[in-house]
Design a protein around this ligand. Structure first.
Ligand code: ASN
Ligand code: ZN
Length: 333
């Protein structure tokens, strides 16, 4: 009888050497993860619809770290989905994106030269392009965690993807992307407060977004202002990402895992850092308990203060750090 195994060893382009969940079907292994509700990873083979085919392999050794081997992208996105599943389960007690034990699936190798990745509620799935020249796949851990977290937001606060709530929706995905990186602790993808630092989307080695100083990308805002709701949600996320960085690490120059940050604050407001996983716990409780589809930045402040009061006590040092971090991005002062 066919025996289920989950000992596949993979080599991703960005994740390095990792374990991937696999299942033996007949004489072929499939990227179907028995430890995570049979979370599946498909190869779209440059198609743009349907599921393509499951990634399969004869000997349960997947990818080689190069784009020449099409399993490599499968390893990175399967690992990203597994790490994100584990993060929400182990850290927040959330059993899958909808907390119903059902796994979403992943699709790699979408289209040609496709420079994006995306989540869709309609298929309950996430999809990854191969990037410029089909050689810079959008398959890093933070990208996978970002897309999968869009599913969590949809299933919880369901923040409307426009205006200030849209910026908060985007920031939620960047926040959990950072939290997943820190939780996974990969050597090949050192945890940081940058988004997309591995995928070289700009072609010059710079990341897609910076949480410590969002304006470094040339478009994102560092602070809340009344015009924030009128800009692209990937830029109006900036102040909330900045809030999260400051709450995690505090104000002032820092070096974390070898990356130097020097985060500006509004009016010089000082912030004492509470650690990335405490900050993420507050954001998660705010998202799942207090935020609604129309929550704006002022509402997010109230939601996170309520969450901090629940988790750490009203007017505790941690609660006061949350208030200071909002003031440091010009909310509520
Ligand atoms: N990768 C983008 C995102 O998750 C796709 C989009 O714009 N919806 O935000
Ligand atoms: Zn997004």
């Amino acid at each position: 009888a066919a025996e289920k195994v989950h000992t596949g060893s993979g080599t991703g382009q960005y994740s390095g050497e990792v374990t991937v969940g696999s299942t033996l079907s007949g004489s072929t292994y499939q990227l179907v993860d028995p430890d995570r509700a049979n979370q599946r990873t498909y190869d779209l083979n440059q198609g743009t619809s349907g599921t393509g085919t499951l990634f399969t392999d004869d000997n349960d050794v997947w990818g080689d770290g190069t784009t020449a081997n099409r399993q490599t992208a499968g390893v990175d996105v399967a690992f990203g989905a597994a790490a994100t599943w584990d993060y929400f389960k182990n850290v927040h007690g959330r059993n899958g994106i909808r907390n119903d034990g059902v796994a979403a699936y992943s699709r790699a190798h979408y289209g040609n030269n496709y420079v994006n990745a995306f989540w869709q509620d309609s298929c309950f799935c996430m999809t990854y392009g191969d990037g410029s020249g089909n050689t810079h796949p959008l398959t890093s851990l933070d990208v996978a965690a970002h897309e999968m977290s869009h599913g969590v937001t949809s299933a919880t606060a369901n923040l409307t993807y426009a205006g200030e709530s849209g910026g908060l929706n985007e920031a939620t995905s960047d926040i959990f992307a950072a939290a997943v990186e820190f939780d996974a602790g990969l050597t090949a993808d050192v945890p940081d407060y940058l988004v997309g630092e591995k995928i070289d989307i700009n072609g010059n080695g710079t990341p897609l977004r910076y949480m410590d100083k969002p304006s470094k990308d040339g478009s994102s805002r560092d602070y809340w202002s009344s015009s924030l709701g009128g800009i692209d949600v990937h830029y109006s996320s900036g102040p909330a990402n900045h809030f999260f960085y400051l709450l995690s690490e505090g104000s002032g120059a820092k070096t974390v895992n070898g990356v130097a940050y020097d985060s500006p604050t509004y009016d010089g407001q000082a912030v004492t850092g509470i650690g990335v996983q405490n900050a993420a716990a507050i954001w998660y409780r705010a998202l799942t308990t207090y935020m609604t589809s129309s929550t704006n930045y002022a509402g997010a402040r109230t939601a996170t203060l309520s969450a901090a009061a629940d988790l750490f006590g009203a007017y505790s040092p941690t609660y006061l750090a949350v208030a200071d971090a909002w003031a440091a991005i010009n909310v509520g002062n």
